[in-house]
Each structure stands twice: as C-alpha cells, then as structure tokens.
Design a protein around this ligand. Structure first.
Ligand SMILES: Cc1ncc(COP(=O)(O)O)c(C=O)c1O
Length: 429
C-alpha cells in the first residue's frame, strides 16, 4: 500500500530529499510529515489538491480545516486581487480591520471587542495573559488532549500519556502554573480544581488534535456554572469550531457563552490569522490609554490585521453569516459520519467515527470515544494504513488528523470517500 503511494509520487520523493537538507523533517510544521514522506503540493482549487507528480486529491484536510469555502474560492480571490492593488501591509490602522471586527461582533455571541493576531497560537497566548491580568491569578487550567498551539503554558498534556512533556525546552516555571483537567468529566474537573485558584479554564468545544471529540452539552453547562461560582474566566478556543459549527461557532451551537473566545483558521479566509475577543469590560484591559503599566495587558504584532487577511476574512464571513452553507455542511457531516460507520460495521471492523457538524475522525477501537484518552488508545497503526491507502487513491486526510468538509465538496467527492473506505474495509491490511 505504501508501494502504491511511492510509485505515484517520485517527484515528491525527490523534493523530500531536497527539503530535508534545509527544513527539519522536510516540512515547516512537524504534523505535515507522514511516512514514507509527504507529497508536495503544486496547486489547489475547490475541493482538490494537486501534487508535483500531477496526482489529484480530494482534500479533507483543507489547510488544517481553515478552508470552509474550499481552495481559491472565486469571491475571495476577486476581493483579494482588488486589495492587492491597494497595498499588502500598512502597519497603520485602517477601515478593513474595523469592518471585520464589527462582523465578528455581530456573529459571535461573546464578542463585544476583539484584537487580531497572525495565528491561533498567538491569540491563545494573549488571551491567557489577559485572563491573568483581569483576574489577578497566575494559574490556568486546560484539558487533557486540548491543543491550543505551541505557547509554553498551553503546550501541556496534549498527547497521551499526558505526563511526558510535549516538547523539550519547556521550563518547569512555565509548566507549574497549568492545571490539567479531564475532558467531559465535571466531577473530575471539580476535584482537580478543589484547592486551586485559576484565572481561566480553556476548552476546545470539539477536541481537534485530541481526536475530533465533541464536548457533552451538560458538561459544558456545568463548566460555565463552575467558572461563575469560582470567578474563573471561561475561554473557548474556537480556532476550529468558529464559523464552522454555526455562524456564531460552538457557543451558538451549544448555547453556552464563554468570557473570552479565541478564533483563527476560517476567520482568515485562507490567509494567516488569529483573534481573541470578549466583553468590553475584559477587553478594555488591552487599552493602553485606559490602563498603564503594570495594569494593562500587552498585545501586538507587525502583521496584525493586515489588509489582505482582513479582506479575505470579511468575504468569507459574509458568505457564512446567514447560516445556510453551514447548515448544509453540518447535514453532510452527519451523513459522512453515518456512512463511514456503516461501512466499518458491515465489515465488522471495530471503528468509531467521532465529530460533530462538518468535522469527523475515524478511530480503530470498539470503545466509545468520549475523551482524548480513548482516542489516543485507538489503534494508531491501523489509522495510518487507512489514511495512506486513501491518499494513494486520491483522498487526502492528514494521517491521524480530523477530516473537515467544505462547500466545494461534491457528491462525487463524497462517493469516492465512501467507496475508497469500502475498498479498504474489504482488505484492511
Ligand atoms: C483549537 C486550536 N487552537 C489553536 C491552534 C493554533 O493555531 P495556529 O496553528 O494558527 O497557531 C490550533 C491549530 O491547529 C487549533 O486547532
């Protein structure tokens, strides 16, 4: 199966050899590497990626789930091309950032004010600092399997077993203030926080790299109550779920409003972005006119709110704001999870398909997957084989990661996903 992939990708193989000399592991982000080597992309359009060998892939990875309208959507391209002629980067305030902030405030329930960053990692870092500023507490809490980017204080307990540090170079000082909580387990959370004073609890409403595991509604409501009781800021990391589960993200979908929200991916319309937002009362701590050192919370960045990203983001949110495209994608997501489950069931392959809305993930286990522990305990060898078999046949998931849907996926694309899964299930080795 790996042979089939190798036969189809000789040019990628030679680019990989070249890349390894200048890019560690031949890539610019460790997760983009997979065995035997990743294919190198030459172009992308709609629901498809094309590699340097001319192979076509139906893309269910969608640029780390960012491209809800697919690659190079004509409306976005047109808006961006026009903006390119007016400048790519100002480094001064401009109207586009106001427009996008107004648009987000209209769509996202928790958002009164916001600030833009260039990545989800940065946005989580600044949101965490803001929570510490506002509450005057130093410790923070996050969930097992939760991924919020590589910021030291949040790069904790991401992969199972959770007690092994996620990276070298994290100091004890940066880790000791982070409390790790069990996902979808309110009693467990209460027990962990019993003797702790934390500034914030940050949660991905659907665990992303933790396996596409949705939060349980009662759990989320319980978490909100707990935060209110203990003066803890509840932060939703909606970098994946924002503008995907509903126009107002997971907070609209689940009907629970956090104090702060972190956004990214879809918000940038295919360009780099992150953002964090919340009530005026909290966000005002970023106002350097109202608060002086040491009382204000710093945020900034050279490319923050660059006009190209603002333009692409605005065009994207305008396409999503009435919820119709999202509803359609959510229905397609439901059908996808059911169809994949029934293929595996009919071949008696122990597999669980997790996800919600237009997010899905396959786990080779017979256990109910309700947290990242169950997701990590599933058979990783099998998932890599399944993913590589699909890749060799023109269906792309980043091995071991969530699949996502975009408005460009056609019925034929979906049929191919199901038929290739059927082919795998008939001969799963
Ligand atoms: C939920 C979540 N938060 C934060 C991040 C980090 O965002 P970025 O990669 O833009 O820094 C990611 C990225 O995958 C994510 O999925």
């Amino acid at each position: 199966m790996s042979e089939e992939y190798v036969l189809r990708t000789p040019k990628s193989k030679s680019l990989y050899e070249r890349a390894k000399k200048v890019l560690p592991a031949g890539v610019s982000y460790g997760i983009r590497h997979f065995e035997p080597y990743p294919f190198y992309t030459s172009k992308a359009k709609g629901s498809k990626l094309y590699d340097v060998d001319g192979n076509e892939y139906i893309d269910f990875w969608l640029g780390h789930t960012a491209l809800i309208l697919g690659h190079s959507h004509p409306t976005i391209m047109e808006a961006v091309e026009k903006q390119l002629r007016n400048g790519t980067h100002y480094g001064t305030p401009h109207e586009l950032e106001i427009k996008l902030a107004e648009q987000v405030a209209e769509m996202v329930p928790s958002c009164e004010m916001m600030r833009f960053t260039n990545s989800g990692t940065e946005a989580n870092m600044y949101a965490t600092r803001l929570a510490r500023t506002f509450t005057g507490k130093e410790k923070i809490a996050k969930f097992e399997g939760g991924w919020h980017g590589g910021y030291d204080a949040l790069d904790v307990g991401v992969k199972y077993p959770f007690d092994i540090p996620e990276s070298a170079g994290l100091t004890k000082g940066s880790l000791q203030d982070t409390v790790l909580l069990p996902f979808n387990n309110l009693e467990g959370v209460k027990a962990k926080l019993k003797n702790q004073q934390v500034a914030s609890i940050i949660i991905e409403p659907v665990l992303g790299s933790g396996g596409g595991v949705p939060v349980e509604n009662e759990f989320l409501k319980g978490l909100r109550e707990l935060c209110d009781e203990k003066d803890i800021l509840l932060i939703f990391d909606e970098v994946i779920t924002g503008f995907r589960l509903a126009p107002g993200g997971a907070q609209e979908y689940y009907g629970v409003t956090p104090d702060l929200t972190v956004l990214g991916k879809i918000l940038g319309g295919g360009f780099p972005i992150g953002a964090f937002c919340g009530s005026r009362k909290i966000m005002e701590r970023l106002d350097s006119l109202a608060y002086k050192r040491p009382y204000y919370s710093f945020h900034g960045g050279t490319f923050a709110a660059n006009p190209i990203t603002m333009t692409a983001g605005l065009a994207t949110l305008k396409a999503l704001e009435d919820g119709r495209l999202i509803d359609r994608l959510n229905m397609l997501g439901e059908k996808t999870r059911k169809s994949l489950s029934s293929v595996f069931e009919s071949h008696d392959i122990g597999a669980r398909v997790t996800g919600v809305g237009s997010i899905f993930n396959v786990h080779f286990t017979r256990e109910h997957v309700k947290d990242a522990v169950a997701a990590f305990k599933a058979d990783k060898g099998k998932i890599l084989k399944y993913d590589l078999r699909l890749i060799a046949n023109g269906v792309f998931f980043l091995p071991g990661h969530n699949g996502a849907l975009c408005t460009a996926h056609s019925e034929t694309d979906m049929e191919k996903l199901f038929s290739e899964t059927e082919n795998y299930a008939m001969q799963p080795t």
